[in-house]
Design a protein around this ligand. Structure first.
Ligand code: ZN
Length: 305
């Protein structure tokens, strides 16, 4: 069965200048490279019971740049604060905050939404906490604790430190801005987890039960890192699920699956993994999922974002 359930969301691209050469005394003395910030939003829509997602190619597009200081011509460009971004390196420690335990069973049945030139996965910086907020206005009865429980499992598997910033009234949007100082202060917006409806979040139309993804930045050809994300849950559909015996386990699996997308995992064709596009069995994270999540702790720390 084929359905148009998935899509790539996130900010729309805009292009700006990339480089400017300076000439002095008839000699090229410096090239002023722009600080190119690449942004890509990933969002995966997930059918609840039936249907297969089409394979989606990640899109990475230049969205913003600003003139950087004149470089000496050697070495990586020093990060400058790009437009519509917070001060770089907020809460960034000099080392990963957590050290996840290596999975007991080896498996290569995992896939990343994006990788860097050296093969490392695009992920969140493991050297800073990942803040999240929940729009809980439509949270179904009986869903208490399910998000925190799923977060704890993903945190343990990745070594990422999640920080609960409480509730938010922010409405989910395909065009969500990753930097919203009026709402969240001078920092990257936190991961937004929303109990919502197909009317408010059209990606949840039909049998799609949840979507999840993150926005990533990079400087030039440097490593890509996520800075914030969105996770939408279909409240009416999940309300029905929670009425079914064992439904809470299923809902927990849905939330963990979407969190898997948020931190950087793509779908796999292996039906025993939680990252299989159809969440058919509420068995939680399997060996492939756990190995992929574990590998995300090798994502680079980012004092420049
Ligand atoms: Zn999915």
């Amino acid at each position: 069965m084929h359905s148009n359930y998935g899509y790539d969301g996130g900010p729309r691209p805009k292009r700006a200048s990339t480089a400017l050469a300076l000439f002095r005394n008839l000699m090229v003395v410096a090239a002023v490279a722009a600080v190119a910030v690449l942004v890509s939003g990933f969002l995966r829509g997930d059918p609840g019971f039936t249907g297969l997602l089409p394979k989606l190619a990640p899109s990475v597009q230049a969205t913003a740049s600003s003139p950087g200081p004149a470089a000496s011509g050697q070495g990586p460009q020093k990060a400058a604060r790009a437009p519509d971004t917070p001060p770089p390196g907020l809460e960034e420690a000099g080392h990963p905050l957590g050290s996840p335990a290596k999975p007991a069973v080896a498996s290569s049945s995992y896939k990343f939404l994006a990788t860097n030139a050296d093969g490392t996965p695009a992920g969140y910086s493991p050297c800073r906490p990942l803040h999240y907020v929940v729009n809980a206005a439509l949270a179904p009865a009986g869903s208490e604790g399910l998000i925190a429980d799923a977060i704890a499992k993903i945190a343990a598997a990745t070594g990422l430190t999640f920080v609960d910033d409480g509730t938010s009234k922010e409405i989910p949007s395909e065009k969500r801005k990753p930097y919203q100082p009026a709402l969240y202060g001078d920092r990257w917006a936190p991961l937004l987890i929303s109990w919502t409806t197909p009317e408010a979040a059209p990606a949840l139309t039909g049998s799609v039960i949840g979507t999840g993804g993150s926005t990533m930045y990079s400087f030039g050809t440097g490593p890509k890192s996520y800075v914030t994300g969105s996770l939408d849950l279909d409240a009416p559909q999940i309300t029905e699920l929670l009425d079914v015996p064992g439904g809470a386990h299923y809902v927990s699996a849905v939330i963990q699956h979407e969190l898997g997308h948020v931190v950087g995992l793509d779908h796999v064709d292996d039906p025993i993994q939680l990252m299989y596009p159809e969440i058919g069995a509420p068995d939680g994270l399997a060996a492939g999922d756990l190995n992929g999540l574990y590998k995300l702790h090798t994502a680079p720390c980012r004092t420049d974002l």
